[in-house]
Design a protein. Sequence first.
Length: 229
Amino acid sequence: MVLSVSLIGCTDLLVEDPKGFTTTDTFFKTGADLNSATIAIYNALRGLEGQSNWTTLELASDMARADNREPNAGTYGPDRLDWDASTGRTGSYWTTMYSVISRANLVLAKGPAIQTPYTQTKTYNLAEAKFLRGYAYLWLTKVYDDVPLLLTPEEQANPRPTRTPVDQIHAAVVTDLIEAEADLPATWPSADQYGVPTQGRITKGAAQMALADLYLWRSSFQVTAQWDS
């Protein structure tokens, strides 16, 4: 009996209430938190700074080439149409875009329940997250074709997700971009309702551009008609 009491006491002592760091359960409480988390999605895109985001697809086309005189071996894969998620420049797409998707999924999962007097900024935040997730999947399919489609934090917990057919991914991208386009502003004021500068944030026109890009990417004599709308 004494041993049982002792074990119970030990168990209680091991239950921790973390105070020194923030989790997704403790962070998303206010509209300002949601706004900060949305801005953090943009921050993930910094992984594509430099030449990687445009040279990969250019090298895969007839517009550019790389040969053994090129000092950057990471350009060889795209030029030869032979790459994966660990190949030079293309590897940055994988890690960067799934970081964008992960952060966007958190905003879209936690954001709707947040109560805030700044409802307009909340609407914009959710639209920004939808755009950025759709944009990330659009670029992933350009580089890899079929990739895992993860739309919730729960799906992200799977360490070995299966690849999703590109048609299904593009359908999800269209949904994200159309919903984002409906709620995004045509222009932003110089600062949002929390006083955060808005330079570079997504607008309605950006969502329209991304939709046009997707429609052009998918167009062919066989399937163009389904994108006429």
